[in-house]
Ligand binder design. Structure first.
Ligand code: APR
Length: 261
């Protein structure tokens, strides 16, 4: 049996399937991944783990550099902003939203900050690394859309509590907001099937989720054109681009759910 049918069998039979997605899902939307041949970190080097500490030490300097990098080609901030600003959900995002609408996928845990799952219609969404379309106060946690918020004075200050505002993306060295992390672990503990899409499985804590689920007896499906450290955990490894494979897996799952597959 091919991987598409094997994946559809597992998803159709699942009582509580969740998805864990990474940058590879957005590659077909024109957003570079981080690692691998065309990755941003491959091209520019991975940021150090002190990124958040540098921000906390001098938020004004951080924002001045950030706004400058966003406007100046030739750095990962510019490349990512430019790509995300021009990106739209691809068939892979849409397929995951359809699997949610079918009642098959109960939650999507995404490491992506590009907002494409939400734009595609996913609603049971946990953004473990945040979302670049939002700002967040580091004191009270208040979130607001970045669009329409003209950042004139840096650092931007929270009108609610006077705290310093940062992008709502989790920096290297920054703790993941506790409510989000707790919700992710709750989904990992509850799922009986986990669909891994486009992640290299190299950044914790998300990289641990498949092993935790598998140890509990969950079925693991991986969609990725290349092998990863997570591949040995997969009961089904569908090798190929998510934008091509996920619609096929979704259609095959639908046939099974309708009793015609
Ligand atoms: N479809 C599916 N997977 C793909 C595709 C595609 N079209 N193209 C590439 N991939 C796979 C690659 O083979 C790789 O395994 O996507 C994965 C991308 O890996 P990374 O670039 O490491 O992205 P990710 O796993 O999401 O990184 C995790 O690292 O720097 C942090 O915060 C950043 O959230 C990110 C985290």
């Amino acid at each position: 049996m091919g991987a598409i049918d094997a994946a559809a069998d597992l998803l159709a039979a699942a009582n509580y399937a969740i998805a864990l997605t990474g940058a590879g899902l957005s590659v077909e939307s024109g957003i570079p991944s981080f690692r691998g041949p065309d990755g941003l970190w491959t091209k520019y080097g991975q940021p150090g783990n002190l990124s958040y500490r540098e921000f906390a030490r001098d938020p004004q300097a951080w924002w001045e550099r950030r706004l400058r990098d966003e406007a100046t080609p030739g750095n990962p901030t510019f490349d990512l902003k430019d790509a995300v600003d021009h990106a739209a959900p691809n068939p892979g995002h849409l397929a995951l939203a359809e699997l949610e609408a079918m009642g098959v996928i109960k939650a999507v845990i995404t490491q992506n900050v590009d907002d494409l799952h939400r734009q595609a219609g996913s609603r049971a969404l946990l953004e473990i690394h945040g979302n670049r379309s939002r700002l967040r106060c580091i004191a009270c946690g208040r979130q607001q859309p970045r669009a329409g918020c003209a950042i004139t004075d840096v650092p931007p200050i929270c009108r609610q509590c006077g705290g310093v505002i940062k992008l709502d993306t989790v920096m290297f060295g920054e703790p993941i907001p506790k409510a989000t992390l707790d919700a992710c672990f709750a989904e990992v503990q509850r799922c009986d099937t986990m669909l891994l899409v486009g992640t290299s499985g190299t950044v914790n804590p998300a990289a641990q989720f498949p092993a935790i689920a598998r140890a509990r007896g969950a079925s693991i499906i991986e969609v990725n054109p290349a092998p990863t450290p997570l591949t040995p955990l997969a009961h089904v490894a569908a090798k190929g681009p998510a934008g091509a494979l996920l619609p096929q897996i979704t259609a095959a799952t639908q046939l099974r759910r309708n009793g015609t597959g």
